[in-house]
Write a protein that binds this ligand. Structure first.
Ligand code: MSP
Length: 597
């Protein structure tokens, strides 16, 4: 799928530059929002090349306020979107809210509000969270919008006209919390908080009820072999691999037809079935079509629909990897290129839930840890293949160690007036650090250069398989190596009056700056504000921050370095302020251990 960066057309490159420049000095909240709106507007400009990319988050249910897990889905998508922009792609990034269905209808009733007002309130809370956390979506979709209603009705009519939907009756289990139909094998016994015996979904633990109603069925069973063919022919379609195997296993099992509507008498809050006012379209069919609505379905979706990638949590894998591709095959549309699956955040080893009182408020935490701190923690510590447990203490330690001490400390050292009185991007002297071992550099220094040089490829591989934590691990390991490099040669001990020492000192700083420039460039998708601060301090201009500009340490290869001799950017303070006196009230780590027991 990838083409060399150089193939980017001039117009796209210009947009890309604009997008990059939008990251500059976005520290104040006001400016940050302007920044994001520049990003949004610019990426709706159509590029006449095939380097388009379309990434989506799931759309979020509005029955409750956003929590940390929701932000996680959004941060992963934002990171991939920003990474694609860095690569020069024209990237579209959609998120939004899922507002129909019984669950929302009941939540609105419980809140004593009319459903649309209720949905608008909660949808605004999600939007506020995403704006506050620099989620640079280019489209925010709500399923209550007209454009979406039209897309869903059209999609339904296509399936209907192809004979893929028929009137039938469903009798079986339904979970309102999951808005999902379950077979007897997926249901187990449990006792609710009042001691009543109930049936629950074995997967989600949510209560299920027996229902019997006339509704429309989709011929899901007819698509089993096509789905298998798709997956066998596209082994990277579902990532990580573990989830690909899970879906393959599901497809070996029985795949009954799927109920795709509910009786209007039970569910009013939804899109009516075209031509049958007695039935409401099943909320999952409605919700999945959001990806097409944003792409411009039914008239002008091709540019984006051929390059669609979905981020989903593991709990909604079946909807995205079985139902959705079957609907798309039925409608004669291309399938998503990748479904990236992530696991969950738990607290005290348990799923976050209101009743357990362990819900982590992402807005509150991002005020404590800063927006970039929160983003870094989620992506550095979140592992797609298995659940991660959240504690404030972990975040506190990680951010202090990696952002404040290691990365911030390195920048601080090399820009300190004591070592760099002229405040310039110092010169590199090949006599001190020749391309072949010699001069004053030692073997470990060459190993470090090798690791940093290879970093873009390593990071790309990990970003593209959604192992962002591995990319960050690799960057963090290199930052530590660069710190050791500085420590090893102790430039503060060099005798400046000796020309040889002065040159070696300049060379050490130059090499460290080159490493920092690499880290700042690669970290932009994860910590946009910190990266901006770092690159600005180094004097790297907004149009010099793309992946194609990275060209690491050209002087060692006898090439010109455009940064050498430049005056550094102004000192705007430490990169990441150490977190002190953290008020860990909600989640005392000791309590967490107890809860685990
Ligand atoms: N509305 C559906 C998605 C429809 S997409 C066509 C939905 N919404 S949700 O609000 O319940 O979940 C949205 C996303 O948040 C899912 O990817 C889900 O996995 C994720 N998370 C919800 N809780 C989570 C954690 N505790 N941890 C990580 N992510 C989790 O499902």
């Amino acid at each position: 799928m990838r083409t060399p960066f150089l193939l980017v057309t001039r117009s796209c490159k210009a947009i890309h530059r604009l997008q990059q420049s939008a990251f500059v000095s976005s520290v104040s909240a006001l400016y940050r929002h302007q920044t994001i709106s520049v990003l949004r507007n610019s990426s709706t400009v159509s590029c006449k090349d095939d380097r388009s990319y379309y990434i989506t988050t799931p759309i979020f249910y509005v029955n409750a306020s956003p929590h940390l897990g929701h932000l996680y889905s959004a941060v992963i998508a934002d990171c991939l979107h920003r990474y694609k922009l860095l690569q020069g792609f024209n990237s579209k990034f959609a998120t939004g809210t899922d507002e129909h269905g019984l669950k929302i209808q009941l939540a609105a009733e419980a809140a004593g509000k009319d459903p649309l007002t209720f949905c608008t309130d909660v949808s605004e809370r999600f939007k506020h969270l995403f704006n506050s956390c620099n989620i640079s979506y280019t489209d925010y979709i709500r399923t209550t919008e007209q454009r979406h209603h039209q897309a869903v009705k059209h999609f339904w009519s296509v399936l209907w006209n192809k004979g893929l939907i028929y009137k039938g009756s469903y009798e079986g289990w339904y979970s309102t919390q999951d808005e999902s139909f379950l077979t007897a094998l997926q249901v187990g016994d449990a006792v609710d908080s009042s001691g009543n015996e109930i049936k629950v979904s074995l997967e989600s633990g949510h209560k299920v009820e027996w229902m019997k109603e006339e509704n429309y069925m989709f011929r899901l069973s007819a698509f089993r072999s096509q789905l298998l063919d798709w997956l066998k022919g596209n082994p990277r379609a579902i990532q990580p691999e573990l989830f690909y195997q899970v879906v393959l296993k599901w497809l070996q099992e029985d795949l009954p037809d799927l109920s795709v509507s509910r009786q209007r008498s039970r569910l009013q809050w939804g899109i009516p079935v075209p031509g049958d006012a007695e039935q409401t379209i099943y909320v999952w069919l409605d919700a999945l079509v959001n990806y097409l609505t944003v792409a411009g379905y039914p008239d002008k979706h091709n540019q984006w629909w051929n390059v669609a990638h979905h981020i989903v949590g593991k709990d909604i894998l079946k909807f995205h990897a079985v139902y959705w591709p079957a609907f798309l095959l039925g409608a004669g549309l291309p399938l998503p290129q990748t479904i990236y699956v992530h696991s969950h955040w738990t607290v005290g080893g348990k799923k976050m839930s209101k009743s357990l009182g362990n819900v982590v408020d992402p807005l509150e935490r991002s005020k404590q840890f800063t927006t970039d701190g929160m983003r870094y923690f989620l992506l550095r510590q979140g592992v797609p293949d298995s659940d991660s447990d959240y504690t404030d203490d972990k975040a506190f330690k990680l951010l202090n160690a990696e952002l404040a001490d290691s990365l911030g400390g390195l920048l601080n050292r090399c820009t300190a007036p004591a070592l760099n009185p002229a405040q310039v991007y110092t010169a590199f002297f090949p006599q001190s650090f020749p391309s072949e071992q010699g001069g004053r550099a030692v073997g470990e220094d060459y190993h470090m250069l090798e690791a940093v040089k290879n970093l873009p490829a390593v990071v790309e591989q990990h970003y593209e398989s959604m192992h962002v934590f591995k990319a960050l691990e690799a960057i963090s390991a290199c930052v530590r190596q660069t710190n050791r490099f500085v420590q090893r040669h102790a430039p503060w001990k060099l005798e400046r009056s000796d020309i040889r020492d002065q040159r070696w000192l300049d060379t050490i700083i130059h090499v460290s700056f080159e490493c920092l420039r690499m880290y700042g460039t690669l970290l932009q998708p994860v910590v946009p504000e910190i990266s901006d601060k770092l690159l600005s301090r180094l004097g790297v201009q907004p149009d010099e921050r793309g992946l194609a500009d990275v060209n690491f340490l050209p002087k060692i290869r006898g090439m010109n370095c455009p940064f050498e001799g430049r005056v550094l950017g102004s000192d705007t303070g430490v990169l990441f302020t150490r977190l002190e006196n953290l008020d860990i009230d909600k989640q005392n780590p000791k309590k967490t251990k107890k809860a685990k027991k």
